[in-house]
Design a protein around this ligand. Sequence first.
Ligand code: SF4
Length: 194
Amino acid sequence: MYTYEELKKFVEHCSRCPLSQTRNKAVMGKGNLKSPVLFVAEAPGRNEDRDGVPFTGKSGVLFDRLLSEINLSREEVYITNVVKCNPPGNRDPQPSEQELCIPYLKYETLMLRPKIIVCLGRIAAQRLIDPHYKITREHGTFLFRKNTWLTAFYHPSAVLRDEGKLGEMQADFQKLKEKLGEIDACDFTSNSPN
Ligand code: SF4
């Protein structure tokens, strides 16, 4: 089992897939390693590629706002992506790229042992929940698998493109708050990976 710092170094120097040739910075997940909540989006965007940090820019600002509405902060959750490098032109990561990168996400999941995994957007949901997942129909529903609750919300960038989705996303974050209450996971120190 690797430490977070070891895994971060592997990611930052990774050349397992062709995205290593076009990225600026590989983006390792970031956050509280004892958090019961793991957020997983599809891939770093342009800002993240520049900064080397997940969820910066306008999407990050919206994400922080949605977290604050349920009394959480970035420091209390962990956020990462299915692939750690920005696909050219912000295209969807290809299945072959996801396949080569997914071991990093598996290690992150092993480190955190989260009680809830929230996929942000269709690509992450189809990768982690169901290849036929319909984000518009199924977002905000929870299913229990391998001792972990799984759900998917819209990606914040989808809400930035269509503000009509904001209310649904706020409602989904409220469901996350309720689920955290149900599983009594509010004590974030109780999920130590050790
Ligand atoms: S996307 Fe993942 S597998 Fe591909 S180069 Fe980046 S870190 Fe490596």
